[in-house]
Design a binder for this molecule. Structure first.
Ligand SMILES: [Zn+2]
Ligand SMILES: [Zn+2]
Length: 316
């Protein structure tokens, strides 16, 4: 099959990559559309020491599975494949299973290929009214919605989101849909014109200091994290969403002096993302800037063509 392969710090296209053998309990999915995200770019910079086929945002059609009911269905999936046997899994924390593999991130080939494998239990059928180009955003939307499972929204309903990239724009919409007024900080004011009518206000400067009960950091940069620490008011909450290859050393004293509640936040439940897309509550179409084929993606990525682009889709 055709696939992008990341190995020894380099990304290449392979036309004859072996189709993975299907273990019991897993489904083989023909990928129809995959999304490139900041985590992928971090992986190409060494994050997670990953080798294999990258890519974890996808929509596809099940071509082979144990359960008859899944075959032929258009699906998205949770990206964590837990062992389901260990103590962590038994207490229901499957996304933290120490023996898990993660699609295109850790120990499991991912979505930048014609086919991928995932445990059947992680798959969710996509409603007909949600096109592939929207369904492919399910994983990052689930990650944005996960914040609502982790923190109580402040009475002030005033939230700062640091970073106006893909994840920041999704998080800002989730927060606005939850009744919050969102101050979105970033360098691209033009991006929020597509979100007019929502309670999202864009700012290009440094965030106000000690101002916000809740700050969500989505910038993917050490500077953004530093700004986020400064923006939280004493006793406020900082949600950290970015994944970065480079180590950062933010000033931890602010956490102590301001007694900030720091919450790490990763993946969410893709089941919760699809109704948001089906109802049109989260806008994604404006983020898609380019659509590449697998065959051209490696050269484009190696030449830096993804830099500064909001969302790139890869179709086999
Ligand atoms: Zn992602
Ligand atoms: Zn486990």
């Amino acid at each position: 099959m055709r696939a992008l392969v990341f190995e020894d710090g380099k990304l290449r296209f392979e036309a004859g990559y072996p189709v993975p053998g299907r273990p019991p309990g897993e489904a083989r999915i023909k990928v129809t559309c995959a999304g490139l995200c900041a985590t992928d770019l971090a992986i190409f910079n060494g994050y997670m020491d990953f080798a294999g086929v990258p890519g974890h945002e996808f929509v596809g059609v099940v071509v082979e599975a144990d359960g008859e009911s899944l075959t032929g269905k258009r699906v998205v999936g949770g990206i964590n494949a837990a062992c389901m046997k260990c103590e962590v899994c038994n207490r229901g924390d499957e996304t933290h299973c120490p023996d898990r593999t993660v699609l295109g991130i850790q120990g499991r080939d991912g979505a930048f290929a014609e086919y991928l494998l995932l445990p059947e239990r992680t798959l969710v059928p996509v409603p007909d009214e949600v096109p592939d180009e929207a369904a492919v955003f399910s994983e990052p939307i689930a990650a944005a919605l996960h914040i609502l499972d982790q923190v109580t929204l402040p009475d002030s309903k005033l939230v700062a989101v640091i970073g106006d990239g893909r994840l920041g724009l999704l998080v800002a919409q989730v927060m606005a849909n939850s009744g919050c007024t969102v101050d979105l900080y970033g360098r691209h004011p033009e991006r929020v014109k597509h979100l007019s009518g929502s309670e999202i206000k864009h700012h290009t400067g440094r965030p106000l200091q000690d101002r916000y009960d809740l700050v969500v950091e989505c910038s993917g940069s050490p500077d953004g994290l530093e700004a986020a620490y400064g923006a939280v008011r004493p006793l406020g909450t900082l949600v950290m969403k970015s994944t970065c290859a480079e180590p950062v050393a933010p000033n931890p004293w602010q956490v102590v002096v301001k007694e900030i509640n720091v919450v790490g936040s990763r993946c969410g439940d893709v089941n919760k993302a699809l109704p948001e897309l089906a109802a049109g509550r989260i806008k994604t179409g404006f983020m898609i800037e380019e659509v590449w084929t697998l065959a051209e993606a490696a050269d484009k990525l190696n030449s830096g063509a993804a830099t500064g682009k909001l969302k790139i889709l890869i179709k086999p």
